[in-house]
Design a protein around this ligand. Structure first.
Ligand code: PMP
Length: 308
C-alpha cells in the first residue's frame, strides 16, 4: 500500500508523516470520529483521475457529523475542493482510496459530545481489491447482531461502531469465510461488515431498506439506479428473512472498498447455480465503466481531478 505524501490535517496541507494525533484525543479514546471511504479511479484512455460521487460521500459524512453533534467550517463543495487539491499535490495516476475523518479533537477524559472541538483530516492511499475472491465469495451468517439505530446508528459512519464490524469480519474470516451477512436485532438481514446486501429473487433485485439498520451506501444507491435504468429490472427495498438468502438466484454485496462482490455460497449452500449470475455479471461490468468515467450518461458522478 502506498500512502499519500501529503495529508490535509486540521486546517492545512502538511506532510503525511507529520499528521499525528495525540493519545489523549477524544476521538481516539471514545470512538467519537465519523469518516468516509471514497475512491478515485484512473482512466487510462483519458489519462485522468476521477473521484466517484464525492458530493454524496461528503453529504453523508456531514450527516454523520450532525448525528454526532459535530460541525466543521466546510460544506460539501469545500470538502471536494480540498480533496482535489490533495490528490493534485501527490499527482496520483492510479486507483486510490480516500479517508476523510471528522473527530472530537480535544484532549482529556470525559465521555460526551458537547463542548468539544471538532476537526477534519484526510489522507489518500493506493488500494486494490478488498476481497481477494470477489467473484465467488463464500459467506456465513454472523453470530453477531448489527448495532441498532437506537444504540449506535448504522446510518452514521461512526468509528466506534466499527468495533461491531471488526468482530463480524474477524470471526467470519477465522471460520474460513470471506465475509458475513449480519442480522439486525429483529433477525432481518441488514448488511455485511462493511458492505450492503443485494439478492435476486424471481428476477427482482431486493435489498434491505434504509430503515433496517444499514449504512446508506453510495454504491448501493448507484447499483439501484443502474439496475433500474440500464438493465431494466425491478428493484425492491424491503426486509429480508434469513432463509430467503439460501433460495436466492443471485447474491452480491456492494461498497466503495468492496465494489460489487459476487457471493456464490452461503454457509455451504450454493446460491443459484453456484456461480456468479447474469445480473451480477452485467452490473459489475457496468459499474466498472461508470466509476472510470466511461459511461457518458453517468459522468455527473465523476469529478475529474485535473478537469476544468
Ligand atoms: N455498510 C457498511 C457498514 C460500510 O462500512 C460500507 C462502506 N462504506 C458500506 C455499507 C458501503 O457503503 P458505500 O457504498 O457508501 O461505500
Amino acid at each position: 500500500m502506498d500512502l499519500s505524501k501529503h495529508a490535509f490535517f486540521e486546517g492545512k496541507f502538511i506532510r503525511f508523516e507529520d499528521a499525528k494525533i495525540n493519545i489523549a484525543v477524544h476521538g481516539f479514546l471514545y470512538g467519537t470520529t465519523v469518516f468516509s471511504g471514497m475512491r478515485a479511479y484512473w482512466n487510462e484512455e483519458k489519462k485522468g483521475l476521477f473521484v466517484f460521487r464525492p458530493y454524496d460521500h461528503f453529504h453523508r459524512l456531514l450527516d454523520s457529523a450532525k448525528i454526532m453533534s459535530m460541525s466543521i467550517p466546510y460544506d460539501e463543495q469545500g470538502l471536494i475542493n480540498l480533496t482535489l487539491e490533495l490528490l493534485r499535490k501527490d499527482n496520483w495516476q492510479q486507483d486510490v482510496y480516500l479517508r476523510p475523518t471528522i473527530y472530537k479533537a480535544d484532549m482529556g477524559i470525559g465521555v460526551r459530545l458537547h463542548n468539544l472541538r471538532d476537526e477534519f483530516s484526510m489522507f489518500v492511499t493506493s488500494f486494490d481489491k478488498y476481497l481477494s475472491n470477489d467473484s465467488n465469495a463464500h459467506l456465513t451468517f454472523s453470530s453477531w447482531r448489527r448495532i441498532d439505530d437506537n444504540s449506535i446508528p448504522a446510518r452514521g459512519k461512526i468509528s466506534g461502531a466499527y468495533a461491531n464490524s471488526a468482530l463480524i469480519k474477524t470471526d467470519a474470516n477465522r471460520a474460513g469465510f470471506d465475509e458475513a451477512i449480519v442480522l439486525d436485532q429483529d433477525g432481518q438481514v441488514s448488511e455485511g461488515s462493511a458492505m450492503n446486501f443485494f439478492m435476486v429473487r424471481d428476477g427482482v433485485l431486493v435489498t434491505p431498506p434504509a430503515t433496517d439498520n444499514i449504512l446508506e451506501g453510495i454504491t448501493r444507491r448507484s447499483v439501484i439506479e443502474l439496475a433500474r435504468e440500464e438493465l431494466g429490472i425491478q428493484v425492491v427495498e424491503r426486509s429480508i428473512d434469513r432463509t430467503e438468502v439460501f433460495i436466492a438466484e443471485e447474491l452480491f454485496m456492494t461498497g466503495t472498498a468492496a465494489q460489487i462482490v459476487a457471493a456464490t455460497k452461503v454457509d455451504y449452500r450454493p446460491i443459484g447455480d453456484g456461480v456468479m449470475g447474469p445480473i451480477t455479471t452485467k452490473l459489475r461490468a457496468l459499474f466498472d465503466d461508470v466509476v472510470r468515467a466511461k459511461h457518458p450518461k453517468y459522468q455527473h458522478w465523476n469529478v475529474e481531478v485535473n478537469g476544468g
